[in-house]
Design a protein around this ligand. Sequence first.
Ligand code: F1P
Length: 328
Amino acid sequence: MFTVEKELKEQKSTLESVYKFIEDLFKEDVPNFLFNSDIAYFSGCGTSYYIAILLSRYFTLETGIESKALPAGEIHSAFKENLGKNSLKKVGIFISRSGDSTDTILACNKFKENRFSTISVTMNENSPLNKLSDVSIILPIKEEGIVMTKSFTSMILSFQMMVDKYLGRETKNYFVTFNKLDNIIEKLELIIEEKKLYSFKHFVFLGLGMYEGLARESALKLEEMSLSYTEAFSTYEYRHGPKSLADSKTLVCIFGENKEAELDLENEISKYGSTVINIGRIFDGFDIFGYNFAFLQILFAQVLGLKIALSKNINVDRPRNLDKVVKF
Ligand code: F1P
């Protein structure tokens, strides 16, 4: 079995251990300055940037505090275009599995130079990013694969739980839900096999709000794992041009909460001859509802990426042109 497949499939136990770690870490206090800010910037690179998109939307939804997700390069190399000159209290949240991506370190440095508070979420105790940040959440888990799977769900869980704890929310439901994960992965494998979803030539992922982060990460996952041709959009953008590429070789996957308005879009896309999968509906069938658990819907793309790679005889542990960390 490939390392990536093993890591993808051990998410139940990994998330359970992250849950216990965060319960303990934030037993007393959470970093209050985050919740006293006027605007929060979430940043990272690649998969970690897509985590930033999802968490920024979760943060604003839950706290009402304005937030923005930016790729780290936008912060270190286009700072003035992205961060206006004003007296707002700003805070930066930097996500990085390695804590060592040059772009993310440069971005965090830029925040330090401007005396903004910073929080990092990483999986590497001795990373330069931890040393730079005011507060670090360092998860006690390891991931060997170049392609990020369990680190995606783990870093999201840790930050969401911190927000939930600040708001005095019950977090037990996460733990209960993780019990279903092994079963869900098996069922996803069955659905993908039965419908031969690995055989399409063009994959489109759509998602709104938090789900946009999932759509973008799904497209990246398929590219990295299976060298597939993919696209991702904020759901309703798809009507405004991108749909011109939709044909019978296209699989369109819609993330979300299975809303009425999404059904109209599904019907429209079907008319172009494409196949549409509503991932929200699949997860409703697993009895998983609500935005707290949105991040688990990424399992669909992780399993699909693996299945396409296997069908094309691609080694997912050696993704073409990629390294575990991008340093320059
Ligand atoms: C994340 C990242 C990955 C990507 C790649 C290199 O870096 O950009 O998304 O798959 O192979 O690293 P980080 O989370 O360690 O900063």
